[in-house]
Design a protein around this ligand. Structure first.
Ligand SMILES: *Cc1c(COP(=O)(O)O)cnc(C)c1O
Length: 456
């Protein structure tokens, strides 16, 4: 058997990349105030800012787009997607939304109240924000291994069951439901084992609490289970997904991830207990229950994408892609969160810039260096994103300085990854010439999106 795992698709439609020189990129980055979010996408060679809604749709999805039923109520496209989702999740009630955070907003507003508490392995930032906006405390209870970047563990997204039980005992009256995020995006795209999901579900049941899963990357999680968990080697991906969903009472999904579409999301619920308040919120903020903020064609594309996202050869290639880049970084002496996750590689900037003081934002500086050296756009997950400027003008800093390279689905080929690995290795060799940054203008919330920087 040849050992190269090829992309399991051919390319039918292409989008040119505009080449730029380093000198041009210096001018472009300075015009963007040293913040890659402010660059125009056409000035980026390899855009690994996010895997959310950025992937390539298949010819079958584009064909499905053409048969979308745009009827306001009772569209055929709704029923087609409903049947697909009922089959995968085993849950009866399908509530479409325009993306993941809308699903969160609708569900949380309908069923949570001020003073509540929701446990999770790690809440994604929009999940946390939507809970906190409703006055709900969002508690992260990932296992301790999940917080150590270089430690190898097969399921670093698992939830710490002892701490869950403790909180159920002490704060049970405040808990409307328990959540788990597969894969754990905030914790490096790390998977959750079936055993952890099953045990967590049992614990919640014992305390009479519903179990809601954040399933944005359910298919990637299922592939990790197949590869790493005893007893699943010969199980099909769909059957693994069906078992995962069988433990839950409901789920929220951003279809921009494993739904393989550019926009979309949904809630699924097993019982009709919450259905009325959820549908009422949906009508108020998203749309009529059979389209929920999406066009009929979006529902069709998602019906096809949900199945394609579970294709085993696609998933094998998908996980291998991240692993492949990880191997090249290892060889170049660049540290990263290990093992590599499903959708991204998280570079540990402190291993490239060990001498740069945190006041100069090493992860942001590395992010800028990757753009200057090779036109690669990643995202800083460090002190620009999570640090704060306090009232007295002092700063707080994040414990980790990471640069996330997140891979759009079915978009970049192996030579793009080879190129990126060369760029990163080159940046590491010339690390001494990387300049730090200082923040010169920042908004009050989510400052990483729009802040302005200058060379330190
Ligand atoms: C992307 C994401 C969301 C939010 O979905 P959007 O479609 O971006 O609104 C929620 N949870 C997780 C784990 C995600 O990755």
């Amino acid at each position: 058997m040849p050992k190269t795992l090829i992309e399991p698709f051919r390319i039918k439609s292409v989008e040119p990349i505009r080449m730029t020189t380093r000198t041009e990129r210096e001018t472009l980055l300075e015009a963007a105030k040293l913040n890659v979010f402010k660059l125009r996408a056409e000035d980026v060679l390899i855009d690994w800012l996010t895997d959310s809604g950025t992937g390539a749709m298949s010819s079958a999805q584009w064909a499905a787009i053409m048969i979308g039923d745009e009827s306001y109520a009772g569209a055929r496209s709704f029923f087609r997607l409903e049947a697909v989702l009922q089959d995968i999740t085993g849950m009866s009630h399908f509530i479409p939304t325009h993306q993941g955070r809308a699903a969160e907003k609708v569900l949380f507003t309908a069923v949570c109240k001020k003073g509540d508490l929701v446990p999770n392995n790690c809440h994604f930032d929009t999940t946390r924000a939507n809970l906190e906006f409703n006055g709900v405390e969002a508690v992260d209870l990932v296992i301790p291994e999940g917080l150590q970047p270089s430690l190898i563990h097969p399921f670093k997204g698992n939830i710490d069951l002892a701490r869950v039980e403790e909180i159920l005992k002490k704060e049970g009256h405040r808990i409307p439901f328990g959540m788990i995020t597969v894969t754990n995006n905030t914790g490096g795209g790390q998977p959750v084992s079936m055993a952890s999901i099953r045990a967590y579900a049992q614990l919640l049941k014992q305390y009479g609490k519903p179990f809601i899963m954040d399933v944005c990357r359910f298919a990637e999680n299922a592939m990790f289970i197949k590869l790493r968990e005893d007893g699943y080697q010969n199980t099909g991906i769909k059957a693994i997904c069906q078992e995962m969903f069988s433990y839950a009472d409901g789920c929220t999904m951003s279809a921009k991830k494993d739904g393989m579409v550019n926009i979309g999301g949904f809630i699924m619920l097993r019982s009709d207990e919450w259905l009325d308040p959820v549908r009422n919120m949906l009508i108020l903020t998203e749309g009529f229950p059979t389209y929920g903020g999406l066009a009929g064609r979006d529902l069709e594309a998602l019906a096809v994408g949900m199945e394609e996202g579970m294709d085993e050869s696609y998933l094998r290639y998908r996980l291998r892609t991240a692993e492949y880049l990880g191997e090249k970084l290892e060889a170049a002496g660049v540290g990263f969160v290990k093992p590599t996750g499903g959708h991204a590689v998280y570079i540990d900037a402190k291993t490239v810039l060990p001498d740069m003081p945190v006041e100069q934002y090493p992860a942001c500086s590395l992010c800028n260096a990757l753009y200057l050296e090779g036109g690669i756009r990643g995202v800083e997950i460090g002190s620009v994103m999570f640090g704060r400027r306090l009232e007295d003008g002092t700063e707080t800093y994040h414990s980790m300085e990471l640069v996330r390279l997140a891979f759009p689905r079915r978009m970049y080929t192996q030579s793009h990854f080879d190129y990126a690995a060369e760029v990163i290795a080159e940046v590491k060799i010339n690390a001494r010439s990387i300049r730090g940054v200082k923040l010169i203008k920042q908004p009050k919330f989510l400052r990483h999106f729009t802040c302005e920087c200058a060379w330190a």
